[in-house]
Design a protein around this ligand. Structure first.
Ligand SMILES: *Cc1c(COP(=O)(O)O)cnc(C)c1O
Length: 485
């Protein structure tokens, strides 16, 4: 196309101002505001200009596009003004899926956020005395109920026996921050002894050696990747040693020719040498996972009862609450962390306190099914199978001669989130195959549905695990599947 023809096309384009005066644009301005609509109009016109320059439009197709300008602007607005963060259906069966937001919050946590965060609150104010209060008291009292028992006091040894509360808990932004704060408070410029088998990287570039450097503590590695003995710790202790650290391996296991001292042995070594012992538990359950058949994941209470002085763990892993890092341990050590200026930099907002307080209250009331991740982990295979059958027959009923084939098969759900790496829960899966689509294509169709359905692909089939699908989402899932028949 000649330049002359192109400039004729450019001349047909309205100015932004002309466009904004268009009769069909007025209602958009009323709804979304002048500046958003103006930006949308500029975007749509710029796209047309690009298309003319690229020779993609002739006079006829430009006229067609000009007739559709208000609709194009409306589409552009819908895209730019809609939320980017959106809910979806997690049919992967991975209960704590970091990419999918880890733990969904309990309904009571959402209610508590709604009722406190939109108004002023007593976040740091003591209404009894009229004085400034501390934001951590809202949850510390509940952690005490959950963690401060006779066996914990006994585990901490004689130093804590007389205290009214042996265990304190503080909250920071996430567990990575908790480890950073704890190391900096307890071991700045001193040495921290860690087994080489525990120098782990947890996803999202959290590496123990790097956090150690940032905390200004000096890493003193002992043992080997597969074997570390108590004597290795013992002989590394010197006058610069400030802390013994045990790190939960979280996302991998070392099997075969391995050795690691039992936690109780580390506890007694730390006692003997008058050093604190810290454990980075990672997931940190407040719930006994043995009740769902998982024996490999120690709880926070287990660690404290054994005599670990400080435990760090996440709020949004097995605890099932908001993103947070929790530091529970000997009151005198935690108080050193509270007065560290890093604590101020890592502190959390009222939203987190509200969600955490409500989640912890469910534990105190032993209402475990109120916490979604606990409810999901406690779901029996039979209960899941029952829902899978209902969904399969509803989709089947929608169309008898369908391109989409649904089968049920036994499988396993995983916990995820760096908890119990090899622990699985038995489940019943819906396996999907499609006569016109490959498993990857079918998976992509599900992923781009509204709401997106996230599944896994195995051996040429798409697998749906209802353990992590909320029962309220079953009907939506049926509709999505029916649209693929
Ligand atoms: C998950 C994990 C972390 C990081 O916790 P975040 O809350 O994601 O910051 C640190 N240490 C261990 C052992 C973990 O499993």
């Amino acid at each position: 196309m000649s330049t002359i023809d192109q400039s004729a096309l450019f001349r047909k384009l309205p100015s932004t101002d002309e466009l904004l005066r268009h009769r069909d644009i007025q209602p958009l301005i009323e709804r979304d505001g002048h500046s958003a609509v103006a930006e949308g109009a500029r975007g749509v016109l710029a796209r047309l200009r690009d298309e003319i320059s690229a020779g993609l439009l002739d006079e006829k197709s430009l006229d067609l596009a000009l007739g559709g300008l208000p609709a194009a602007i409306e589409r552009q607005l819908r895209e730019s003004l809609s939320y980017s963060l959106q809910p979806l259906i997690n049919a992967t069966g991975v209960v704590l899926h970091t990419n999918l937001g880890r733990a969904p919050l309990a309904a009571s946590a959402l209610d508590h956020i709604c009722s406190t965060a939109g108004l002023y609150s007593n976040l740091e104010f003591d209404t009894a005395t009229g004085e400034r209060g501390k934001r951590d008291i809202h949850v510390d009292r509940l952690f005490q109920k959950l963690l401060d028992d006779d066996r914990v006091v006994a585990g901490l040894g004689p130093a804590s026996a007389q205290r009214s509360s042996a265990i304190s808990t503080i909250v920071v932004n996430n567990n990575a921050a908790a480890v950073l704060l704890a190391l900096n408070s307890l071991a700045e410029s001193g040495e921290v002894i860690v087994s080489r088998g525990e120098l782990v990287e947890i996803g999202g570039s959290f590496r123990i050696p790097d956090v150690m450097t940032k905390s200004s503590a000096i890493l003193r590695e002992v043992g080997t990747t597969n074997r570390t003995r108590l004597a290795d710790y013992e002989s590394a202790i010197n006058e610069r040693t400030r802390l013994l650290l045990r790190v939960h391996r979280s996302n991998f296991e070392i099997t075969g020719f391995t050795e690691q001292p039992a936690l109780i042995e580390l506890v007694s070594l730390a006692r003997r040498r008058n050093l604190p012992l810290m454990e980075d538990l990672g997931s940190g359950a407040l719930f006994d996972l043995r009740s769902v058949g998982i024996n490999s994941e120690p709880s926070v209470l287990d660690s404290l009862r054994t005599g670990v002085d400080v435990v760090t763990y996440s709020g949004d892993k097995l605890l099932g609450g908001p993103q947070a890092g929790l530091i529970s341990g000997r009151a005198d050590l935690v108080s050193r962390m509270r007065s560290n200026s890093l604590f101020r930099a890592l502190r959390v907002d009222k939203l987190t306190y509200a969600a955490l307080e409500a989640t912890l209250l469910a534990y105190v009331k032993r209402d475990h099914d109120a916490v979604p991740v606990l409810r999901m982990m406690r779901l029996s295979k039979d209960a899941i199978a029952h829902r899978a059958e209902k969904i399969t027959s509803s989709v089947g009923a929608a169309q008898s001669k369908s391109a989409l084939q649904l089968d049920l098969l036994n499988g396993e759900s995983v916990i995820g989130g760096g908890a119990a790496p090899s622990a699985v829960l038995p489940t019943r899966l819906i396996a999907l195959t499609h006569s016109d689509l490959s498993a990857d294509e079918l998976n992509a169709r599900l992923r781009t549905s509204t709401p997106p359905v996230i599944a896994r692909v195995e051996e040429g089939r798409v697998l749906l695990d209802l353990r992590t699908v909320f029962p309220e989402q079953d009907a939506t899932l049926v509709a999505t599947l029916a649209s693929l028949t």
